[in-house]
Design a protein. Structure first.
Length: 285
């Protein structure tokens, strides 16, 4: 689910805290290791290498202060940032076992479980958080996962959040998640209306443009899909997915040169788009 542009949810505050925390400690490490900074920064695992001394330091501190919830939570965040999900979740288990009524801990555990790709654990953690405090944020987190699982509870949860009249940001998220559910299940002929509603509430909600375009794409209405993706690229001309899906439309319309151009544009914006690389190879580029 997309970030809210109107207010920071608990989920976003948590992620923001983790980002700031990791940035600060990385800066500290690199400033103290200037001779190695330029070379290690070029490596894919540079962040993990940079944080290794910190992880070791935290481990030692936890042996001295095993009851420090704050230190253990920071340790879990750091492990999560270097994709050591099993270890991060073990730390969260330790925290939630000691404080089983802490909404925030279960929410954070759900986030890490999502990062780890463990949907079942993420749902279980979010559900536990919801049992403690049924906030709109945790309901939407659950709805988002249910939508991708084609579970109709996604629609029910979105309806409950929308009924709270929290504003356009929440309404946009509710409409988007509802649209995703119906798009995945094919149970609504007018699924596009949900993405239109989402965009009406937040015109920069880029994922809504992509999902709307894909509805047309799946129906082989490539002209309509292309128009949506083109509009997305005007709303945000740095959004790589817009160019990627424009390329897919051109590809299906047998317009090779245009497809190649857009695939290359998408890769310029996001070099990690392996799908674009694969399609370029198929097109002989």
């Amino acid at each position: 689910m997309r970030k809210s542009l109107y207010r920071l949810s608990f989920r976003e505050v948590s992620r923001l805290f983790k980002m700031l925390f990791i940035i600060c400690i990385c800066c500290t490490f690199f400033s103290c290791n200037s001779n190695d900074a330029s070379s290690s920064a070029r490596k894919d695992d540079s962040v993990k290498n940079a944080l290794q001394p910190l992880l070791e330091s935290m481990e030692k501190q936890l042996k001295t202060y095993p009851d420090s919830a704050g230190l253990r939570l920071q340790y879990a965040f750091t492990l999560d940032s270097v994709k050591m999900y099993k270890e991060a979740l073990a730390q969260m288990d330790s925290l939630t076992n000691k404080d089983s009524a802490n909404y925030g801990l279960f929410f954070a555990k759900g986030e890490i479980a999502e990062d780890a790709g463990d949907t079942a654990l993420a749902i279980k953690s979010y559900a536990k958080a919801a049992n403690i405090y049924e906030s709109p944020d945790v309901l939407l987190a659950l709805a988002n996962l249910y939508a991708e699982m084609k579970n109709e509870r996604a629609v029910l949860l979105c309806s409950r959040v929308k009924a709270l009249s929290l504003g356009r940001a929440a309404d946009a998220n509710c409409a988007f998640i509802t649209g995703v559910y119906f798009a995945r299940t094919g149970k609504a002929n007018d699924v596009v209306k949900y993405f239109d509603e989402c965009i009406a509430n937040n015109y920069t909600y880029m994922e809504a443009y992509i999902e709307k375009g894909l509805v047309y794409f799946d129906m082989k209405q490539y002209d309509k899909a292309l128009s949506v993706f083109q509009l997305a690229s005007t709303v945000n001309n740095l959004y790589a997915d817009a160019y990627y899906y424009m390329a897919r439309c051109y590809e299906m319309m047998n317009k090779k040169d245009s497809a190649v151009l857009r695939f290359k544009q998408s890769l310029q914006l996001d070099p990690t788009l392996d799908e674009a690389k694969a399609h370029l190879k198929q097109l002989g580029e």
